[in-house]
Design a protein around this ligand. Structure first.
Ligand SMILES: *[C@@H]1O[C@H](CO)[C@@H](O)[C@H](O)[C@H]1NC(C)=O
Ligand SMILES: *[C@@H]1O[C@H](CO)[C@@H](O)[C@H](O)[C@H]1NC(C)=O
Length: 612
């Protein structure tokens, strides 16, 4: 208890003497529900307000203590109409106001009512607010094995600019493990809920501080910064790339981290840590990847159906309090799901926030990269953001692409609404890139022709010249082999990916089609490689490098054969409708060998490359 009284002295005690209560309205009833089951705090207040004056009231004032306003991420007020099934809700405009004679430690918001409240009329309102960083870890430092305890501060009475007839407060906690809560009159703790009230006839601006000290081991996933790049290509794709800088925003970890302890019993030896995050991507998302500064992270899991695609990401290490990690998620989306036309303009319609579940984002930057030649950009979004424009140059760009940049601090899942970027675009601009490519190739051939003509004039008789020329031919041939091998590797990966798609979609036909394509490409490359190899084998200058090149080609061939075997095994297993586990175990034996071969091929490629 000593600790808690210490907190009380730190706690901002309210002394709101100003009783210039705005008396024409009376709150007949307030029920406040505080949800502390996540690291993001959500408060819903339902109010029954009566106009007791003779004038029509056009707005209702809401008061929030400043220490809460600091962390306020989202505020919404709505008018509740009707009862039961006919119940409707209309969002109302809110603005910050500064009525005279108000205490300095409260912030007042005015909710405008379109029709106003007539004399004697009663209206029902709902006020919903969301706060981040308002659960304070206490103690501030814990060890790996500790549970995380946090403090929440509020008032037992609803901070109201009007007198309140009846009110109650209920606070929902994530587990029954509550260390303490402030005991004032009429408080009851049952299971997962602490109930304060009902209290009757409380004067305007009454405030009774309360503190709840409870266990909360939910993932305190805080994104320090998220940069979302959304690039539109009129050739059919919207490419989304999201750069995350993620931290565990809970109690700092003290003492070392023991992976052995963690792995032995992750739930008790790392209760406050989190291991996974779930990204809910749009349906039909494709080419999904997740990587950090080391490379692609393959321990992520992907599944989905017609309505959604879910990616479970798993950082390389579990996240403990104060730890950070940076990573990137990328995915492609079909253009026609997100780009529309209206009134001669095109517009992108896509959701604003992060697809990651229940994260608080300290700073979010969205960059919508429009096609080259887009004009007259405008943005439609239901809450304030900072906006600016930039130009981005990609290869083949002449004038660069216009980029619409949106920036917002303190973003919560409630901000995940659709926003629109409108722009004008002339379809002829779409031809710019192909035309550039054609001109590019034309210039390249022209240069080659000129070069060859010049080359002919050089003396070609000296022995040194001939030796040099032969060596260059060997070099070119080896590069060609490398090139074809790289093509083969790409085909290998595609085929392997088709198996992953198969596990996601169960589409056996698509997987068979992918196999057919791979077979055809491999055959074609094998033919080309054979030609080059016969040249190398006959060239004395290539004697030294020949064994390595030969081995490289053989290993790649073996890898392809293994991949075919694996593919047939898995597809067959799917056709027989075997269990996921059975399929996995059948594929496993091939996978091991393929991984070894892959490594060997890569090493040989490097060795061959080093010779030049
Ligand atoms: C990571 O995966 C993506 C998509 O599968 C791929 O395009 C990229 O080349 C991979 N990067 C590395 C370093 O393997
Ligand atoms: C944007 O897309 C959402 C979801 O498909 C839809 O509900 C909304 O009406 C769209 N907005 C506009 C302006 O088209």
């Amino acid at each position: 208890m000593g600790r808690i009284s210490l907190i009380f002295t730190l706690f901002l005690l309210f002394s709101i003497h100003s009783s210039s209560a705005l008396s024409e309205l009376v709150v007949l009833k307030v029920d406040r529900r505080v949800d502390l089951t996540s690291h993001i705090v959500r408060v819903t207040s339902t109010l029954k307000v009566e106009n007791s004056a003779t004038r029509v009231a056009s707005e209702v004032l809401i008061a929030l203590p400043n220490h809460q306003v600091q962390n306020l991420a989202y505020l919404k007020a709505s008018f509740q109409d009707g009862k039961g099934k006919a119940k409707g809700s209309v969002d109302l405009p809110i603005k910050m106001v500064q009525p005279e004679g108000m205490a300095a430690d409260v912030t007042i918001y005015a909710v405008s009512l379109a029709k106003g409240i007539n004399k004697g009329e009663i209206v029902n309102l709902e006020v919903f607010s969301v706060y981040t960083h308002s659960l304070k870890p206490f103690p501030e430092e814990i060890t790996q094995a500790d549970n995380q305890l946090v403090l929440y501060q509020d008032s037992a009475y609803y901070l109201s600019p009007y007198d309140v007839k009846v009110q109650s407060l209920s606070i929902r906690v994530p587990s029954p493990r509550v260390e303490s809560y402030t005991k004032v009159e009429r408080v009851k703790f049952t299971d997962l809920e602490i109930k304060y009230g009902p209290y009757e006839n409380i004067r305007a601006f009454s405030f009774t501080p309360i503190v709840v000290h409870f266990e909360n081991n939910q993932p305190f996933a805080v994104v320090k910064e998220l940069v979302r790049e959304i690039a539109i290509s009129h050739w059919g794709n919207v490419q989304v790339t999201e750069h995350y800088n993620l931290a565990h925003g809970g109690a700092q970890t003290k003492g070392g981290f023991s992976r052995i302890e963690y792995q032995g019993r992750p739930t008790s030896r790392g209760a406050s840590s989190f291991r996974h995050l779930l990204a809910k991507l749009p349906p039909r998302a494709h080419s999904i990847y997740y990587r950090d500064h080391i490379g692609n992270i393959s321990t992520s899991h992907l599944w989905g159906d017609l309505r959604k695609t879910e990616l479970q990401i798993e950082p390389r290490y579990p996240m403990f309090g104060g730890w950070r990690t940076a990573f990137t998620i990328g995915y492609g989306l079909p253009l026609h799901d997100f780009l529309f036309e209206s009134d001669g303009k095109r517009f992108l319609n896509i959701s604003f926030g992060s697809p990651l579940d229940e994260v608080a984002i300290d700073n979010l930057v969205i960059k919508v990269i429009l096609p080259e030649g887009s004009k007259d950009m405008s943005v439609s979004i239901p809450f304030p953001t900072e906006q600016r424009q930039e130009i981005k140059h990609l290869h083949l760009d002449t004038i660069g692409r216009p980029v619409v940049v949106l920036e917002k601090k303190n973003v919560v899942p409630e901000h995940n609404v659709y926003f629109q970027v409108y722009y004008k675009f002339n379809s002829l601009s779409m031809l710019r890139e192909p035309v550039m490519l054609i001109i590019g190739f034309f210039l390249f051939f022209l240069t080659c022709i000129i070069y060859m003509h010049v080359d002919i004039s050089i003396s070609k008789s000296s022995a040194a010249y001939i030796a040099k020329q032969q060596w260059e031919e060997v070099q070119a041939a080896v590069h060609q082999v490398e090139n074809f091998i790289n093509h083969c590797i790409a085909v290998d990966e595609k085929l392997d990916l088709s198996l992953r798609d198969l596990s996601r979609t169960g589409d056996v036909q698509a997987s068979k089609a992918a196999r057919k394509t791979s077979d055809a490409l491999w055959k074609e490359y094998a033919k080309e490689i054979k030609l080059v190899l016969s040249f190398l084998q006959s060239s004395p200058q290539a004697a030294q490098i020949w064994p390595k090149v030969d081995e490289l080609v053989r290993k790649e061939k073996e890898k392809q054969e293994r991949l075919m075997l694996k593919h047939s095994t898995v597809v067959e297993a799917y056709e027989k409708k075997l269990s996921g586990r059975e399929i996995g175990s059948r594929a496993a034996s091939h996978e091991q060998r393929i991984a070894v071969l892959k490594q060997e091929v890569e090493e040989l490629l490097e060795t061959v490359d080093e010779v030049f």
